[in-house]
Design a protein around this ligand. Structure first.
Ligand code: PMT
Length: 221
């Protein structure tokens, strides 16, 4: 890579959806495929970094040459992330469920036993926020969040960056028809303290390589 690489750097990446169980056979989830996060793991590995990939359930194979930790729920993802610290860079690409069902029943919910007409929810831990707000050596030097938005993409993403306390946020439009969630391409805007940079639509592999080159440049500075 021109201008240096990531050899010797440690990088934690989250990817994929989380599954939040309701009963032994049902869960709440979202359409994240894990493709963008896995592409980031590969690009960071290829740049020489030591990568830990914490992934929710996906149809993808764990990439070779990275430490892979498969999880199901947001709480498991949080525990695996905290366990992986300290790292130089944290990239939080997972689509973590903000809420989970308040109770997980031991037996399958049955219509004949009264069923369920609504699902009480409770808030999940915010992994990006808690890592961003860590003090001392446990806070990664560079914390990068993602923001999946469907309207006022830049405005909402910048508000999210400030609210969560991460250094950069990568905004992407996940409206129907964009191919972002689940698809092979992405169109991103990188928001930092120094302003914003919008990249044209490209493959998720190219998005990952573009982000790696920005990370390399940030460490060179
Ligand atoms: O997986 P793909 O199909 O390739 O799609 C990629 C993607 C669209 C999922 C990805 O590029 C993306 O945008 N990921 C973030 C999705 C998301 O949940 O965004 P959010 O705006 O809800 O969350 C903001 C940030 O906080 C994210 O960095 C998220 O990982 C993090 N977060 C959110 C909630 C929570 N409880 N804990 C978190 O760490």
């Amino acid at each position: 890579l021109p201008g240096g690489d990531l050899s010797g750097r440690t990088i934690l990446i989250t990817a994929g959806p989380t599954h939040e169980p309701l009963d032994p056979v049902r869960y709440l989830a979202n359409r994240s495929s894990g493709k963008q996060g896995y592409a980031l793991a590969c690009a960071c590995r290829d740049a020489g970094a030591r990568v830990t990939l914490v992934s929710g359930p996906t149809a993808l194979s764990p990439p070779s040459g990275v430490r892979f930790i498969g999880v199901e729920t947001a709480r498991e993802m949080e525990a695996a992330c905290l366990e992986a610290l300290p790292v130089d860079v944290g990239i939080f690409c997972a689509a973590v469920a903000d809420y989970r069902p308040e109770i997980e029943t031991a037996h399958k919910i049955k219509k004949e036993r009264g069923g369920l007409s609504s699902i009480p929810l409770t808030e999940n831990p915010d992994i990006l926020k808690s890592v961003s707000r860590m003090s001392g050596e446990h806070r990664p030097t560079l914390v990068i969040g993602f923001a999946a938005e469907t309207d006022d993409v830049i405005g909402h993403a910048e508000a999210k960056r400030l609210r969560k306390g991460c250094d950069w946020i990568v905004a992407n439009d996940v409206s129907p028809g964009t191919d972002t969630m689940g698809g092979d391409n992405n169109t991103i805007t990188i928001l930092t303290d120094n302003g914003e940079e919008t990249l044209p639509q490209m493959s998720k592999d190219d998005v990952a390589r573009a982000l790696v080159s920005r990370i390399v440049a940030a460490f060179d500075d």
